[in-house]
Design a protein around this ligand. Structure first.
Ligand code: DX5
Ligand code: ZN
Length: 220
């Protein structure tokens, strides 16, 4: 069904490498890094140096860098050089989202586009064949611990059908990010997500390892 990609946003950043190592030890394929610049979203988290410093802890896991930053095309290369495997830019943050994806691909990495809840899938449909991952935000970006925005379930289905009808299943991955909990994780996967992000539902719990195993059981 779907893969789990924990977000370390809700983890203790002073122990971020341990959080990443835990994800690796539980056999996960992806980890989700939430990069915030204080402009595109109000909060500031971390940048490409933290990403580089976490690369060793990630081991063979693929690091997905979710850039919630203004002018993201200016940041793509530094995150690629830092060791991110996927770099995702928000279509709302740049007039050059396609060029940003091309830059990631040119750096030997994979590029993706993130859509805020109100942005239709149609905004990127013309170029779905040129991107490696489509990220649907199911919360408004900038914080962990929010509630899943209900209309996004239908949006996931629309994106799933659009990707499949274009013959891009497995080529353009569908990632869903925000408000995923044990109560709705299976529904998100059944709606068509390839990758399900969970932040507070993992690192906001007393036992992240158990939370990961529970969520894996619900979506795989
Ligand atoms: C929000 C981030 C999400 C967030 C998910 O701006 O993009 O990845 O960390 O956190 P939860 O799972 O707690 O909603
Ligand atoms: Zn994210």
């Amino acid at each position: 069904m779907a893969e789990l990609a924990p977000s370390i946003l809700s983890a203790d950043f002073g122990r971020a490498a341990e959080a990443i190592a835990l994800c690796r030890e539980t056999g996960l394929r992806y980890v989700h890094l939430d990069v915030m610049d204080g402009r595109f979203v109000p909060e500031i988290t971390f940048g490409s140096k933290m990403t580089a410093d976490l690369r060793a802890a990630a081991g063979g896991m693929e690091m997905i860098a979710h850039l919630m930053v203004a002018e993201p095309e200016r940041q793509v290369n530094s995150f690629c050089e830092a060791g991110a495997d996927y770099v995702e830019v928000h279509v709302e943050a740049t007039a050059h989202a396609h060029r940003a994806v091309q830059a990631a691909r040119g750096a030997g990495k994979k590029g993706g586009i993130a859509l805020n809840p109100q942005t239709p899938v149609a905004a990127v449909e013309p170029i779905l064949g040129d991107i490696d991952i489509l990220l649907l935000m199911s919360v408004n970006p900038g914080w962990g611990g929010q509630s899943f925005i209900e209309p996004v379930y239908a949006k996931i289905g629309n994106a799933r059908r659009t990707i499949d009808d274009a013959g891009l299943s497995g080529k353009c991955l569908l990632e869903v990010d925000g408000g995923v909990k044990p109560e709705n994780a299976a529904r998100v996967a059944e709606a068509g997500a390839d990758i399900v992000v969970a932040g507070s539902a993992v690192f906001g719990t007393a036992d992240p390892r158990a939370a990961i195993e529970e969520l894996k059981g619900l979506i795989q």
